[in-house]
Design a binder for this molecule. Structure first.
Ligand SMILES: Cc1cc2nc3c(=O)[nH]c(=O)nc-3n(C[C@H](O)[C@H](O)[C@H](O)COP(=O)(O)OP(=O)(O)OC[C@H]3O[C@@H](n4cnc5c(N)ncnc54)[C@H](O)[C@@H]3O)c2cc1C
Length: 436
């Protein structure tokens, strides 16, 4: 075995990269974590909620030190039309206690903290350094990375690419799927709006460190997607996730779509008087199981968004938990491969096996059809109006006429929306199969 600068180079200090580096450093390996931003998290944005239970294994009692804004105790799903809204509102006291469920956190804080844990365990972090390509030997095996630093190349026995969505390292290694196109991505845009803490508490019905998370379907006009509102201590995040292919075709601007969401009668009272502090945007891998590339090459592993491991489905927005988990499992599999001195794709097969045994690939496989269903035209353009009309007629008191029967309302509104029974049954079955 020839001498290398490090056992492992991890590219990208997002949740996936820091967990990979942390797990490898804990196992006693020399690890370099390379981040292009001036500090870990400086370039990163998301909606606002993390589900960090997977950290239990790596950072026991993480909740005592993680830079959390609020613990999500209230989760709502809202179906919206331009003039109506219907909300399912769930709240739980147990979500306000350890080990918690979801939490809101700012990514620059959270990612910085997590990278610090990797450093504390012995990983070396270099920031303001962009990896510009892979170093490969004559057999195509990855043996390190090229960087934009004057001292350039860094060699390693193994590279873990955690460089985020649309990973150019995965593409360079030929692991990316060829059928991935604009339909496989959404564009997420978000406004961070400042409001006093007591105003947020009152408007969202929360107290102390409790927080609310609202996911919205039917709020993005002709561009298929979804919306979200998350509470921090003294800001709220309001954003939309927009199907990239539709955004191009409809020629609507994301900021117009957010403005329409903020003007909706159900949202306007929540954002009123707030000052926009920040506007950010980022791509999201949306095709779920169907876009996951080959996860290992000779001397190379791919984790997090770089591997398409994200279940967003317009409104779902689970990505950080998959990044944390896949980074950790990539680190564990890499440690095994280094121990047995076999970092070929075959020697790294333990990575995929770990993902298959756990929620990472089990959830992606189970929910394989959900992103296509949720972002499909029927669910986006037809169902919200139909559902809102059904509820409107159920709640309306139209005396002197007697109340219509529920069966009649359902049949009439389905017909009015132009939805065939066959399609309704098919979509219901797809949803049940996904969640069942
Ligand atoms: C609008 C929006 C809302 C979202 N909301 C949520 C949510 O509420 N909850 C949730 O769980 N998920 C959410 N997600 C998804 C979540 O953000 C991602 O799944 C998650 O960040 C993936 O983590 P990662 O570590 O794989 O990649 P990233 O977080 O993208 O990190 C990649 C890192 O690599 C660095 N990097 C990239 N290229 C290079 C290079 N060449 N050299 C060096 N460094 C490099 C980047 O600077 C970055 O630090 C959302 C995403 C978006 C866009």
């Amino acid at each position: 075995m020839s001498e290398t600068d490090f056992d492992v180079v991890v590219v990208g200090a997002g949740p996936a990269g820091s967990c990979a580096a942390l797990s490898l450093a804990k196992a006693g390996h020399s690890v370099l974590l390379v981040e292009r931003g001036p500090f870990a998290g400086s370039k990163n944005m998301y909606g606002g909620v993390v589900y960090p239970r997977i950290l239990d294994a790596l950072i026991p009692n993480w909740w005592e030190e993680a830079p959390i804004q609020r613990w999500v105790t209230r989760r709502q799903t809202m179906v919206m039309t331009p003039t109506q809204s219907l909300t399912i509102d769930y709240r739980s006291d147990t979500w306000a206690k350890p080990p918690y469920n979801g939490a809101t956190a700012y990514r620059p804080d959270f990612d910085f903290w997590l990278a610090g844990k990797a450093e504390a365990a012995g990983a070396q972090l270099i920031c303001s350094t962009t990896v510009t390509g892979l170093l490969r030997d004559g057999h195509g095996r990855t043996i390190g990375v090229r960087t934009d630093r004057p001292d350039g190349d860094i060699t390693a026995r193994l590279v873990i690419a955690c460089d985020g969505v649309n990973s150019f390292l995965a593409k360079e290694a030929g692991l990316y799927r060829r059928d991935v196109d604009a339909n496989s991505f959404t564009l997420g845009v978000k406004e961070t709006i400042a409001l006093p803490t007591d105003v947020i508490n009152e408007r969202f019905g929360v107290r102390g460190r409790e927080g609310a998370d609202i996911e919205i379907i039917g709020c993005t006009g002709d561009v298929n997607g979804g919306g979200f509102i998350y509470t921090n201590l003294d800001t709220i995040g309001v954003g939309v996730v927009l199907k990239l292919s539709k955004l191009g075709a409809q020629r609507q601007r994301p900021e117009e779509i957010i403005a329409n969401l903020k003007a909706h009668p159900s949202v306007a009272p929540l954002v009123e008087g707030g000052e926009v502090k920040e506007y950010s945007a980022h791509l999201i891998p949306e095709a779920g199981y169907d876009m996951i590339p080959t996860l290992a090459g000779d001397g190379l592993l791919i984790a997090g968004d770089a591997a398409g491991l994200c279940l967003a489905a317009g409104i779902w927005l689970e990505g950080v938990n998959f990044a944390l988990a896949s980074g950790m499992y990539a680190g564990d599999a890499a440690a095994d491969a280094l121990r047995s001195d076999d970092t070929s794709a075959a020697g790294l097969a333990g990575y995929r096996q770990r993902l298959e045994r756990t929620f990472v690939l089990k959830d992606h496989a189970k929910l394989r059809h959900i992103p296509h269903l949720v972002l499909g035209d029927r669910l986006q353009q037809e169902y919200p109006q139909m559902v809102a009309n059904i509820v409107e007629r159920m709640f309306r008191v139209d005396n002197p006429r007697p109340k219509p029967g529920i069966r009649r309302i359902l049949t009439q509104e389905r017909r009015h929306a132009g939805i065939r029974w066959r399609d309704l049954a098919k979509d219901t079955w797809t949803a049940m199969r996904g969640f069942g």
